[in-house]
Design a protein around this ligand. Sequence first.
Ligand code: DX5
Ligand code: ZN
Length: 236
Amino acid sequence: MSSASDSSQVLIGPSVLSADFLELGEQLAEIDRAGADYVHFDVMDGRFVPNISIGLPVLEATRRGTTLPIDVHLMVVEPERWIDEFAGAGADIMTFHAEGTPHGHRLAEAIWSLGKKPGVAINPATPLAMVEELIPAVHQVLVMTVNPGFGGQTFIESMVAKIARLRALIDETGSDCLIQVDGGINRSTIARAVSAGARSVVAGSSILNDDDSIAGNVAALRAALHGEDADRLGAS
Ligand code: DX5
Ligand code: ZN
């Protein structure tokens, strides 16, 4: 298990899927001011997942609205068809699903050759064996902690053990590949995901909501990593 001291290295990426799109520019500026590490951008095609979200024109606008790295999560079938266009529209990281392509290694190489960082994602039901051989070839492995397709779902607790098993696999290879988690991350669940080995955390509904400011919510997530009560820190 990792120590709490590692938590300062944890990257936090708000998911714009939960944004108010009428206020996207202002919300991106707030995300930047809140000290987030990157912006997570969910692309859904209505085929790989039972929902349609946002695509190239919104990514181009997002690129103009932030200087943070943009982490594009491609929940699409045949992701290889789209990487040139998403790279051109402003992606810095492109994460495809292992279930969406039979040629993950080729795709990772193609993403590196565009000057971008590849990630590979797996759904909750998909075993780690599907990504094990890709660990040396990618920037990050995304362990989905909900079934992809919607924001605001509940964290699947059994994924904590999966994250820990992936942590051991990565440490065995000596790779600096990151473990990213996405889905149901909030101030109650973030510490378990990070203790198990995650180093990059996506959070949508727990950061972009009406309960608190974006900065207050990011601070609360960071405080939760240290086991502190965010209210005591005066986050608002
Ligand atoms: C779900 C998406 C997530 C989503 C997370 O399929 O991949 O990135 O925005 O939202 P929350 O944090 O609300 O679960
Ligand atoms: Zn996502």
